[in-house]
Design a protein around this ligand. Structure first.
Ligand code: CA
Length: 228
């Protein structure tokens, strides 16, 4: 499931895009802040970027994204002149949407841009980690450890699937909230810890090795992905 990061300081627009994108089957996370967006880029498969942000000029973020190489970007803007459009595309945006827009159209553009980058999505089977110890099946939302199917709540499943996206990479609580909830939720970050605790309990004696704590930063998967 591709992950879309929505960077937009207007809450209504953010939530509208989230709703439409989730309905279309994307993992969505959102932030109103350009500074925060810069820390979240590596977790995204595509970024929807509002150019008019209060903290950082959107075009600076666009440059950062461009420096990362292959991360697709769709720019949102209230600026509607042809010159601005060309400027945005010159800065490396893959597509350009002028406000006010139809959210359904944005979804179509997201799909089109991702299609251009990767071809049609392959139906991937279960992925295994740690020499077959952990098995995760995205399509059925099921996971197994040492051959035993885990009975996980949707939040626990979401946390495990999130850290398994990039084994070894540390996910902050903020990112994890976004991955399992799809939006920022003030005060929720701390409850991530108790969900992780429950998840580890279900993972058994090696739970804390499978989902590792990185002090002061967050959590990561302690197993490497097996080659298929
Ligand atoms: Ca704005």
């Amino acid at each position: 499931m591709p992950t879309v990061l929505v960077v937009e300081d207007e809450r209504d627009i953010r939530e509208l895009l989230r709703r439409y994108l989730e309905r279309a089957g994307f993992f969505v996370f959102t932030t109103p802040s350009g500074a925060e967006a810069l820390t979240l880029l590596t977790a995204a498969d595509l970024v929807i970027l509002d150019l008019g942000l209060p903290d950082i000029d959107g075009t600076d973020i666009l440059r950062e994204i461009h420096a990362l190489g292959t991360l697709p970007v769709i720019v949102l803007t209230a600026r509607s002149t042809t010159e601005d459009r060309i400027h945005g595309l010159e800065l490396g945006a893959d597509d350009y949407v002028t406000k006010p827009f139809s959210p359904a159209e944005v979804v179509l553009r997201v799909q089109a841009v991702l299609h251009r980058y990767s071809g049609p999505p392959a139906d991937v089977g279960p992925v295994t980690y740690g020499d077959q110890r952990l098995r995760i099946d995205e399509s059925s939302h099921q996971a197994w450890l040492d051959g035993i199917m885990l009975d996980l709540t949707p939040t626990e499943w979401g946390l495990l699937a999130a850290v398994a996206t990039a084994p070894g990479r540390v996910y902050s609580r903020y990112e994890l909230v976004n991955r399992v909830r799809g939006y920022e939720y003030v005060g929720y970050e701390r409850t991530i810890d108790s969900h992780i605790k429950n998840l580890r309990r279900k993972l058994g004696v090696t739970g804390a090795d499978v989902v590792q704590t990185v002090l002061g930063v967050g959590y990561r998967l302690g197993l490497t992905q097996d080659r298929s």
